[in-house]
Design a protein around this ligand. Structure first.
Ligand code: SF4
Length: 105
């Protein structure tokens, strides 16, 4: 009987923390632009940093923010294999406000 109260308290604490975490997951979730994953997948994914960003994901974010004027900043990237597919993707997926980023190869 002496173990009943500690188990009860631990059980209630577990339920409480579960509710808090599920509410935090629902209301504090950070919504990320799904295009970031797609553009990252189209990049070479060497994460070499030659483009001046910490990696391919950061370069994809910079592309979508309009901070990249020329895709050739990605030194290992190839025109046919990487840059043209990215430009095609961006034509089909404009910014949420309907604008297009002015990016060149
Ligand atoms: S230069 Fe290209 S491959 Fe290297 S981190 Fe930048 S985007 Fe990725």
């Amino acid at each position: 009987m002496a173990i009943f109260y500690p188990l009860l308290i631990l059980g209630l604490l577990g339920i409480f923390m579960g509710v808090v975490l599920s509410l935090a997951n629902k209301y504090l979730a950070v919504v990320e632009d799904p295009r970031i994953d797609d553009i990252e997948a189209l990049l070479p994914n060497y994460n070499c940093g030659a483009c001046g960003t910490p990696g391919c994901r950061a370069f994809a974010v910079a592309i979508l923010k309009g901070e990249v004027e020329n895709l050739r900043k990605c030194k290992p990237g190839k025109v046919d294999k990487h840059f043209n597919p990215i430009l095609e993707y961006l034509k089909d997926h404009p910014n949420p406000d309907g604008t297009y980023n002015n990016i060149k190869i």
